[in-house]
Design a protein around this ligand. Structure first.
Ligand SMILES: Nc1ncnc2c1ncn2[C@@H]1O[C@H](COP(=O)(O)OP(=O)(O)O)[C@@H](O)[C@H]1O
Ligand SMILES: O=C(CO)[C@@H](O)[C@H](O)COP(=O)(O)O
Length: 477
């Protein structure tokens, strides 16, 4: 019997589990369960979804090791007893935008933050959520004895016994470089916490998870399943794709992400590129937008079609959609830093007022944001080797085909898969096997999409992307 490992993706919208053979990476079984909607979620809901997804994937009884990949940045605050202090604020919760601006100003600007932790914090980063907590919920801030991330918390719960009252001490919390690098108080370049920045935000110190090496054991479950350190979902995706130095991963999930495996840390003082770490010991400069697959969901809903219908419509319209542009800031935006923006449709004429034009403009609009991200990542200096397109939105034929036109480079689309969960499973196999590198799981066939670039699409988008209305305050709706 082959040795089995499991990988988890506790992502924004769902928990996904894959069980794979440790030596070959062959998929044996998988399961998933939905997460509640919203940008503030009780961590217990992730635990419940993990239990359901594990059950759907046949459980861990015959599995030797498991690792958890998870949405980055979420603020999980624990009290002295290890109880959750308040629901977690997720990466796409923008209420800490003012706190982010405050923190950037206090330290002296973007350069200071980029030098300190490789990134300039915006509302997504954990450090800004802690400042929001200290300002708006001082009692909760005072009760906070430890701060961790979604994947750290689930690993800790697995160690204590999922679905039980088992709570290892706070000193048993662990994380990894990849996810720690998204907090805003861990420096990828130094490989160390900046506890002073956490204290500046929260108003006092707190226990932070121990940062494990890429293949370091993180203990085991009460049933003896070995635990990997886990990592943030983007680092896990790179690992799942066996991305090498210079490979760019473009992910159309809840977030839109452009990231690249690099050998040197980055420090962009403008804040466009976040200077994260990866899950193998390298670095992962990354650009993230708040608006990706759910923009497709919204237009499909608007047009009364499913995803296949939206894709067919988008491919019926000409490149550039006759000048119709969708600026996709439905959730506000993180890159560019416009948390207060809304989406917009520009260029409506009698000719462009068709479902096909709107579908095409939606796909192009979200890809234009990612193309800007690709430019910023490429400007970092590491030559781009390949561009790999993944995430739920990449299941759309229109997204795959139009991507090459908008990004202006050939796009490789691996077969649809749970790339993040795959990366976590590969990490689990690495922890089990030991050694300097993860096991070389073979990649299956990728589709290559090549198309003549149509630069006019991005030019038109650039002309109008700043013409958006502000959000209406909830009280006034
Ligand atoms: N065929 C499809 N075409 C376009 N979007 C899709 C398709 N299938 C799923 N999606 C969208 O992909 C998103 C989920 O992607 P995923 O990468 O799993 O997100 P996350 O990891 O952030 O939870 C959902 O918004 C879903 O509607
Ligand atoms: O905030 C980021 C990266 O900085 C996001 O990529 C989150 O990690 C959420 O990821 P998905 O749920 O979209 O995979």
């Amino acid at each position: 019997m082959a040795t089995l490992v499991a990988g988890v993706d506790s992502s924004t919208q769902a928990c996904k589990v894959v069980v794979r053979e440790a030596d070959t990476g062959r998929l044996v079984r998988e399961g998933r369960a939905a997460h509640p909607p919203g940008t503030e979620v009780a961590p217990a809901a992730w635990e419940q979804a993990l239990r359901q997804a594990l059950a759907a994937a046949g459980g861990l009884d015959d599995v030797a090791a498991v690792a958890v990949g998870g949405q980055q940045h979420g603020m999980v605050c624990l009290d002295d007893d290890g109880a959750v202090v308040r629901p977690a604020l997720l990466w796409n919760d923008t209420r800490s935008a003012a706190a982010a601006a405050e923190l950037v100003a206090e330290l002296g600007g973007g350069q200071e933050w980029a030098d300190a932790v490789g990134s300039v914090p915006v509302a997504s980063f954990t450090v800004t959520k802690l400042r929001w907590l200290a300002t708006h919920e001082p009692d909760a801030a005072a009760r906070t004895a430890a701060v961790c991330l979604p994947h750290d918390w689930l690993t800790w719960r697995l160690a204590g016994g999922l679905g039980t009252d088992g709570r290892p001490g706070l000193d048993a919390l662990v994380t990894d470089r990849g996810d720690a690098s998204g907090t805003g108080y861990w420096s990828p370049a130094q490989g160390a916490y900046r506890s002073d920045l956490l204290e500046r935000a929260l108003g006092h110190g707190a226990v932070l998870p121990r940062v494990l090496g890429p293949a370091e054991q993180a203990g085991q479950t009460p049933d003896g399943v070995l635990l990997g350190p886990g990592t943030g979902d983007n680092a896990a995706a790179a690992l799942g794709l066996s991305a090498e130095v210079g490979d760019v991963v473009v992910s159309v999930g809840t977030s839109g992400v452009v990231s690249m495996v690099a050998t040197t840390p980055s420090a962009d003082p403008t804040g466009t590129v976040a200077g994260f770490a990866d899950a193998t010991g390298h670095f992962l400069p990354l650009v993230c937008t708040l608006n990706a697959a759910q923009v497709l969901d919204a237009t499909a809903r608007l047009l009364g079609v499913d995803h296949d219908g939206l894709s067919r419509l988008a491919l019926e319209a000409p490149a550039g959609a006759g000048g119709l542009v969708v600026v996709p800031y439905l959730e506000g935006e993180r890159t560019p830093d416009r948390p207060d923006a809304t989406g917009a449709v520009h260029g409506l004429t009698q000719a462009t007022a068709t479902p096909a034009h709107l579908a095409r403009a939606t796909v192009e609009g979200l890809l234009c944001g990612l193309a800007d991200g690709l430019d910023a990542i490429a400007a970092g200096g590491t030559p781009v080797r390949r561009v790999l397109l993944v995430g739920g939105g990449a299941r759309s034929a229109a997204v795959r085909e139009i991507a090459a036109t908008v990004l202006g480079v050939p796009v490789l689309a691996p077969p649809p898969a749970e790339t993040v969960a795959d990366g976590a499973a590969r990490q689990a196999a690495w922890v089990l096997a030991g050694g300097d590198a993860p096991p070389p799981w073979p990649a299956s066939g990728v589709e290559v999409h090549e198309a003549d670039p149509v630069p006019a699409v991005r030019r038109r988008y650039a002309e109008v992307r700043e013409l958006t209305a502000s959000r209406v305050a909830p009280a006034a709706t």
